[in-house]
Design a protein around this ligand. Structure first.
Ligand SMILES: Cc1cc2nc3c(=O)[nH]c(=O)nc-3n(C[C@H](O)[C@H](O)[C@H](O)COP(=O)(O)OP(=O)(O)OC[C@H]3O[C@@H](n4cnc5c(N)ncnc54)[C@H](O)[C@@H]3O)c2cc1C
Length: 407
C-alpha cells in the first residue's frame, strides 16, 4: 500500500525548479512586451523548444507521470511566468491531448510530432470545437463532416471560433457533426493536415487578457481530408454511432464520453489559474511589505495582512483540488462528484479574486502597466470562461451530485 504524501518526488521538484527558472528568466521579462504587441511570442516558443520545454517528449513525460502531478506542476510554473506566453507554449498540448485521447497509435505517431515541429522549425497546433452559436451548448455545433466513400475522404464545412492558435497552427484538430440526429453523440474529431486547401483563418480577436496568445476564427470551406484523418478510425466511429442510435431508439440516456475527457482536462486549466494567482499574490506580498503609508509598511494593517492570508489560503486550497483531480484522472479513479470541474471552478474563481485583491493592494500602481498585477488581473478573467464557464462547472457539479438534470 502506497504511503499518502503530498510531497512532490525529486524528479518533479527538479522539473519545477527548471521551469521556474525559465518562467522567471525568459517568460516574465517578455510578458509586458508580448501583451502589448498582441502577437504570438515566437522567439520565446523557440527558446522553449531549444531547451526541450516546448517538445513532444517533455509534454509526454509530464502527461504520463504516474502520479498525475506532472502536468499541473509544469503548468503552474509556466503560467506563473505569464499566462499569455504560457498559453502559446501549452496550447499545442491541448490539441495533442485530443489526439492522444481518441487517436489510433498510427495517428498519434504521425500527427503529434507535426504539431510541435523541430527546435529549429517550431510549429503549433489548434483544437477547434467552439462555434459562434455553440459555446457552452456544444450540442448546437453545426460544422458538418460528410464522408465521400468513393474517394475515402471527409469533407468539412463550417466556421469555428475562439480557436487558440487557429489559422496559424500547422495541424488543426476539428470537431464536427457526422450525424445531426444524435446531438453531441454524433460528433467526431478530425485532423486537418498542414496546408490543406479550404481551411483559412477568419477574424483574429483583440482581447482583454492573455493577449500574447493568438485566438481566431477558423473557416472550413469544402476542406477535404483523407479517411485516415478521422480520429480513432471509421470502424470505431460506426460502432459508436450504431450504439448511440440503438440507445436513442430505446430512449436510454447515453453517458457522454466527452464529459469524462473534460473532467480529466479541466484540472490543467485549474493549474493555469493557480499559476497566475500565485504570481499576483507574490507581487502583492512583496509590495505590501515595502510600501509605507502612515509611517509603517501597509502590511502592518490587518486590512491588508488578512487579505494576503486569505489569498494564500485560497491558492493552496485550489492547488490541492487541482492535484486531487489530476491524480484521480491519471490513476483511473471515477469522478463521482465532478472533482475535475470542482478544481477548475475553484481555481479559476480564485485567480479572478486574488488578482483583483492584488490590484487593490498595489493601489494606484496596481492600476498601471508599470506593475504586472494589472496584466495578471486581465489574464485571470479567461479562466472562468474557457474550457467550460464557471456556470457550466456548477451545472456539471450540481447534476453529478444530485442526479437531477438541473438547467
Ligand atoms: C481566449 C479564448 C480562447 C479559447 N480557446 C478555445 C480553443 O482553443 N478551442 C475551442 O474550441 N474553444 C476555445 N474557446 C472557447 C471557449 O471554450 C468558450 O468561449 C466557452 O465555452 C463559452 O462559450 P461562449 O463564449 O459561446 O459563451 P456562451 O456559451 O454564450 O455563454 C455566455 C454566458 O452564459 C452562461 N451560460 C450559458 N449556458 C448556461 C446555462 N445552461 N446555465 C447558466 N449559465 C449559462 C455562460 O456561463 C456565460 O456566462 C476559447 C475562448 C476564449 C475567450
Amino acid at each position: 500500500m502506497a504511503e499518502f504524501t503530498l510531497e512532490p518526488s525529486d524528479d518533479q521538484k527538479q522539473v519545477r525548479e527548471w521551469l521556474h527558472g525559465f518562467a522567471a528568466d525568459v517568460i516574465r521579462p517578455a510578458a509586458a512586451e508580448w501583451d502589448e504587441r498582441e502577437e504570438t511570442p515566437w522567439p520565446v516558443i523557440q527558446e522553449a523548444a531549444k531547451l526541450g520545454i516546448y517538445s513532444l517528449d517533455f509534454y509526454a513525460q509530464q502527461y504520463f507521470d504516474p502520479s498525475g502531478l506532472g502536468i499541473p506542476i509544469a503548468t503552474e510554473e509556466l503560467f506563473w511566468g505569464d499566462a499569455g506566453i504560457a498559453l502559446s507554449i501549452v496550447g499545442t498540448g491541448l490539441a495533442a491531448v485530443g489526439v492522444l485521447a481518441n487517436g489510433t497509435d498510427e495517428q498519434i505517431g504521425t500527427w503529434i510530432p507535426q504539431m510541435y515541429g523541430e527546435p529549429g522549425d517550431v510549429k503549433l497546433a489548434a483544437f477547434c470545437s467552439s462555434e459562434p452559436d455553440a459555446g457552452s451548448d456544444v450540442a448546437a455545433m453545426r460544422t458538418r463532416a460528410v464522408y465521400d466513400e468513393a474517394k475515402d475522404e471527409w469533407v468539412l464545412n463550417g466556421t469555428k471560433t475562439w480557436a487558440t492558435n487557429g489559422g496559424i497552427a500547422n495541424v488543426h484538430v476539428v470537431v464536427a457533426v457526422v450525424d445531426p440526429a444524435l446531438g453531441s453523440k454524433g460528433h467526431a474529431s478530425f485532423i486537418v493536415p498542414p496546408g490543406t486547401p479550404g481551411l483559412s483563418q477568419g477574424q483574429k480577436f483583440k482581447k482583454h487578457g492573455i493577449r500574447a496568445s493568438h485566438t481566431a476564427e477558423v473557416v472550413l470551406d469544402g476542406v477535404r481530408v483523407p479517411g485516415a484523418c478521422l480520429l480513432g478510425g471509421k470502424d470505431k466511429l460506426d460502432e459508436r454511432l450504431a450504439r448511440a442510435r440503438e440507445r436513442a431508439v430505446k430512449g436510454e440516456r447515453v453517458k457522454n464520453a466527452a464529459m469524462a475527457t473534460f473532467e480529466a482536462s479541466r484540472p490543467a486549466v485549474g493549474a493555469m489559474a493557480v499559476g497566475t494567482a500565485r504570481a499576483a499574490y507574490e507581487v502583492a506580498l512583496d509590495y505590501a511589505s515595502t510600501r509605507s503609508q502612515f509611517g509603517r509598511p501597509i502590511i502592518d494593517n490587518q486590512g491588508i495582512a488578512f487579505q494576503l492570508a486569505d489569498m494564500r489560503t485560497r491558492i493552496d486550497a485550489a492547488r490541492l483540488l487541482v492535484w486531487r483531480a489530476s491524480w484521480m484522472a491519471t490513476t483511473g479513479k471515477k469522478f463521482e462528484s465532478a472533482e475535475g470541474s470542482m478544481s477548475k471552478l475553484f481555481a479559476s474563481e480564485t485567480a479572478k479574486q486574488v488578482t483583483a485583491q492584488a490590484v487593490q493592494i498595489l493601489g494606484g500602481n496596481g492600476f498601471t502597466r508599470e506593475y504586472p498585477v494589472e496584466r495578471m488581473h486581465r489574464d485571470a478573467a479567461i479562466y472562468t470562461i474557457f474550457e467550460g464557464t464557471s456556470e457550466i462547472q456548477r451545472l456539471v457539479i450540481a447534476r453529478t451530485l444530485s442526479g437531477v438534470p438541473i438547467r
